[in-house]
Design a protein around this ligand. Structure first.
Ligand code: UTP
Length: 402
């Protein structure tokens, strides 16, 4: 190799490998190259995902939920008690915006005391398990980058008081990142710059890890999938579980009322008659501002990455391919001189499948409104919007000592 950055490989594996003929390829790199599917690199040359026709999807709103709360809760709690509900913590992301070099869940969100994000999430789940008198199986998705540290962190903290027999880890797959010209980046002399392949592959990674058997053995019928970075995340919420089960839908999504027509969140809607998520940048001004007779925004409910899926439906769609998305990220790499460069601004494309595309594979989805101030405190950035600061303020507002 004439440099650590491999050039002009976007067309085929063959072409790239021929450029390396006569060179000594380190074993780890060779293995990565052998496993790589190069076809997706074509995506950076203009192949964008085609979307269908969008239409609004109404939500089950707070007043209705409040009026039926006891019924929903009884059904949901019964399901939790009978181990019908499992929880999936998506913790394979790299949290590049936060700029924390360990797994995001290891971040200390506390001020006067230590309170790690993982710890707060476990406490949130324990509210339900204490009430149900039963543990919810918790499956934690990590990536190769943070798997060992995440497992060690849970072990070191005695699973934050959770029953460790009910906690299982599985690792998601990795894909190489490329620079904006389609060149594969190297993160060391013997490895491509590999990134986790997005949060859409969680179920197939789970199955690959052999956890399908565990779901079956335990009789789990519903999986509540949630993001690591919302410290007010309510997990296996019996009201949500009960409402989704009674609705007859095969999936449910927690949503919050958008702050305004142009808030930068994906809105739950219909696409060609199927549940789907429209990104804020896909909304035309007419769609963004459209209201119903009551004056509410038609595309007015944003998703917060808290979904409930029927296991039967997940198994049915398990073989289906999710579309790949290109995301601009900051990816560390070694330059021609072998120096590790940590860029300050996005320098590369990562290829990800997204869980929101899984919603489109469902026949239907209950859009379930929750109170933003009680359930949505995302930690995406170090400061400003959706940050450590804003999440801390929301934790305090909810009476949580930090
Ligand atoms: P984000 O979309 O915020 O991505 O993840 P991220 O990688 O964590 O953060 P940034 O964009 O680099 O700052 C939303 C949720 O999906 C999980 C994250 O851990 C988080 O819970 N996720 C994301 C995965 O589990 N795997 C991935 O490959 C990407």
């Amino acid at each position: 190799m004439n440099s650590y950055v491999i050039n002009k490989i976007h067309s085929t594996n063959q072409k790239y490998l021929s450029a390396l003929v006569g060179q000594k390829i380190p074993a780890r790199l060779e293995a990565q190259l052998e496993q790589m599917d190069w076809s997706y690199l074509d995506m950076i040359h203009g192949k964008e995902q085609k979307r269908g026709t969008f239409a609004p999807l109404g939500a089950m709103e707070l007043p209705e939920i409040e009026s039926k709360k006891e019924t929903f809760k009884a059904v949901g709690l019964e399901a939790v008690k009978n181990c019908k509900v499992g929880a999936i913590l998506l913790a394979g992301g790299q949290g590049t915006r936060l700029g924390f070099d360990k797994a995001k869940g290891m971040y200390n969100i506390g001020v006067n005391k230590k309170l790690y994000i993982f710890e707060q999430l476990v406490y949130n789940l324990q509210k339900v398990t204490d009430e149900a008198g039963a543990f919810v199986p918790l499956y934690i998705m990590t990536s190769e980058k943070n798997d060992a540290q995440t497992r060690a962190f849970f072990a070191e903290h005695d699973y934050f008081g959770y029953n460790k027999d009910f906690v299982k880890f599985f690792v998601q797959e990795m894909v190489p990142a490329v620079d904006f010209d389609g060149n594969v980046l190297m993160e060391s002399k013997d490895s491509l710059a590999m990134s986790p392949n997005g949060n859409g592959g969680w179920f197939s990674s789970m199955l690959k890890a052999g956890l399908g058997e565990d779901l079956k053995a335990k009789g789990i019928e519903w999986l509540n999938v949630f993001a690591v970075d919302n410290v007010l995340q309510q997990i296996a919420d019996p009201v949500f579980v009960g409402a989704t089960m009674l609705s007859g839908c095969v999936s449910g999504a927690k949503v919050v009322r958008k702050c305004g027509p142009y808030e930068r969140v994906g809105a739950l809607c219909l696409e060609d008659g199927k549940p789907s998520i429209i990104e804020y940048y896909e909304l035309t001004p007419e769609m963004a501002e459209a209201t119903n007779e009551a004056g509410s925004l038609l595309y007015g409910f944003g998703v917060i990455l808290n979904y409930l899926f029927s296991v039967d439906k997940l198994l049915e769609i398990a073989e289906k391919q999710l579309p790949l998305h290109i995301v601009e990220k900051k990816v560390p790499y070694v330059d021609e001189n072998g120096n590790l460069i940590k860029p300050d601004t996005p320098n590369a494309y990562k290829f990800e499948t997204l869980i929101l595309d899984m919603v489109y594979m469902m026949d239907n989805c209950l859009s379930f409104e929750v109170e933003r101030e009680k359930e949505f405190a995302p930690v995406k950035n170090a400061a400003g919007v959706d940050s450590v600061e804003s999440a801390r303020a929301l934790l305090l507002k909810n009476g949580i000592e930090i």
